[in-house]
Design a protein around this ligand. Structure first.
Ligand code: PLP
Length: 390
């Protein structure tokens, strides 16, 4: 039965998101509440965004303080919070292979769009205008704008949007991606754990061979950390598990705990290809977003916090492996197989558990990083009642 809100939504909103029958009005920690006061254990975290959970007191305090101080001035002016956040993120990214610089944007797709432009521009200013191709992995997801869509594999997202960006190609196989790099390649772009594809870590050997081949050819190695970054995998960056040193790193989802913000990090010699005026953003890195992101990064980058993510993540993995097939992931991002994902999600919600669907038979859980053992136990209680078939 459709509520009045659902009926009005049908009349006034684009119908680009499919059926949405749950309206949440309040959150606290790992829980969300609907208008009737029903409580849900939130294993979606706004799609890996609200890493510190909902209505986190520290985040709320920063938001209140910054709202009273300054929201936005534009990049005509130097913004203290950008400098502070850049200092933190570039230090966290640097694993001894040369310093990074940072620039700030608003979303994941925008971070990737900037990275792709930067790769072409880098080749151009270094005397290689012929290097314009970009190669992506099978099952990739990098966003919805024209550039990032052109390196996103799902045919459903691309249908009717063509022609996409010439020279941007998605490989058919992981092996094939390595072979596709050539003298005309500006960059390759990867996720180390493919979130939208069902939370699938990419084989470390494939990643290493891609990075090595890119280096050999003078192509850049871009790691999309939009979903895996900011502690999601139990390390600050997902690529730390894979022993990689990306030329460009993109971030967004978890960075602002729900306040839209994203970042592009690039090694200094790469970042320098963007000279004044080459790229920009009106909202990117505004004082409001920076205040929140600085707070989030301070909390999440604490080694004790990350250690706890790994420990709780391990408990979650054990619970999942006891009940499901095809369990893959890292830290606090996991995918597993069920018979009918849409139905499974609906039944879970009826029992007070929120999860996301990422395939006809695939469920993804990405709880806030502040979840504790008691939340994992509550998750297991519900999962036990359901099984894979519902
Ligand atoms: C979500 C996601 C994006 C797109 O981010 P938006 O903020 O929705 O534009 C890009 N890459 C990856 C890996 C993602 O998970």
């Amino acid at each position: 039965m459709k509520t009045a809100l659902m009926q009005l939504a049908d009349q006034v909103l684009f119908q680009n998101y499919g059926k949405r029958d749950l309206a949440l009005v309040r959150g606290e920690g790992a829980y969300l509440y609907d208008g009737d006061g029903k409580r849900y254990l939130d294993f979606t975290a706004g799609i890996a965004v609200c890493n510190l959970g909902h209505a986190h007191p520290g985040v709320t305090e920063v938001i209140e303080r910054q709202a009273r101080t300054l929201l936005h001035v534009s990049n005509l002016f130097l913004i203290e919070g950008q400098v502070a956040l850049a200092e933190k993120l570039t230090r966290l990214a640097d694993r001894g292979t040369g310093p990074y610089l940072a620039m700030f944007v608003n979303t994941g797709t925008e971070a990737n769009e900037g990275a792709l432009k930067l790769a072409r521009r880098y080749q151009y200013v270094n005397g290689h205008p012929e290097k314009t191709r970009v190669v992506a992995l099978p099952h990739s997801f990098h966003g919805r704008t024209m550039g990032s869509l052109s390196v996103t594999s799902n045919p459903k997202y691309r249908e009717g949007m063509t022609p996409l960006v010439p020279g941007f190609e998605v490989a058919d196989t992981y092996e094939g991606a390595v072979e596709m790099l050539d003298e005309q390649t500006a960059a390759c772009i990867v996720e180390v754990v493919q979130g939208e594809a069902g939370v699938r870590p990419v084989d470390q050997d494939v990643l290493h061979r891609l990075a090595a081949r890119a280096k050999e050819l003078g192509a850049l190695f871009i790691v999309d950390e939009v979903q895996t970054g900011v502690g999601r995998t139990g390390r600050f960056f997902g690529f730390e598990h894979f022993d990689l040193s990306p030329d460009i790193i993109t971030m967004a989802k978890g960075l602002g705990n729900g306040i839209p913000t994203g970042a592009i990090l690039a090694k200094r010699h790469v970042a320098e290809a963007f000279t004044p005026g080459m790229h920009g953003s009106t909202f990117g890195g505004n004082p409001f977003a920076m205040a929140v992101a600085n707070y989030v990064v301070d909390v999440v980058s604490d080694p004790a916090f990350l250690e706890r993510v790994r420990t709780v993540g391990e408990s979650l993995r054990q619970v999942l492996e006891a009940h499901f097939e095809g369990v893959t992931g890292l830290g606090l991002m996991w995918g597993f197989d069920v018979d009918d994902a849409a139905l499974w999600r609906q039944r879970a919600a009826e029992r007070g558990l929120l999860v996301t669907v990422c395939g006809p038979k695939r469920i993804r859980v990405v709880p806030p990083l502040i979840v504790e053992d008691k939340h994992i136990e509550e998750f297991e209680t519900i999962v036990k009642q359901m099984g894979r078939a519902v």
